[in-house]
Design a protein around this ligand. Structure first.
Ligand code: HEM
Length: 117
């Protein structure tokens, strides 16, 4: 049933696309100080959480090894991202530094996923 794992990795990547894509749509607005967390960023972050947890479960169900430290770090960073995006979802203008932090943490998580082997 490796196909199920690959399917969830696909969904996980769609989550990254929504989260990082939403961030990238606001690049011009960041410079103008009018950036906001668009709904796609919240949905993307939630998708990352649900598919990530499902992937851990599927790996364990198959008896595949799970790098718990790597997953723990990714989860911790995602919780910060999710918390910020959720709490500030209705604010019209987000502080540049805070907005940039979400993009930075998302990018860091991508490189943790692909470089930490
Ligand atoms: C913004 C947050 C996240 C990003 C950007 C991200 C990114 C990625 C990427 C690019 C992959 C595919 C590459 C690979 O297989 O190594 C992946 C796989 C995976 N992610 Fe995430 N992830 C995030 C959050 C999470 C969370 C919160 C969990 C678990 C609770 C998680 C669990 C997994 C698992 C189990 C895999 C596949 C197995 C593996 O690491 O080999 N991810 N993630």
């Amino acid at each position: 049933m490796d196909v199920l794992i690959h399917f969830f990795v696909g969904l996980h990547i769609i989550g990254i696309a929504a989260l990082l894509g939403g961030f990238l749509t606001q690049m011009k607005a960041i410079g103008q100080g009018t950036a906001r967390f668009v709904p796609g960023m919240l949905h993307g972050a939630l998708t990352m959480l649900v598919t990530g947890v499902a992937l851990v479960g599927l790996h364990q169900a198959h008896g595949y090894p799970v790098n718990t430290v790597k997953i723990g770090v990714k989860l911790a960073l995602l919780i910060v991202i999710l918390g910020l995006v959720y709490v500030k979802r209705d604010e019209e203008r987000i502080d540049k530094g805070l907005f940039g932090l979400v993009g930075l943490l998302t990018t860091v998580n991508i490189f943790i996923a692909v470089l930490w082997t």
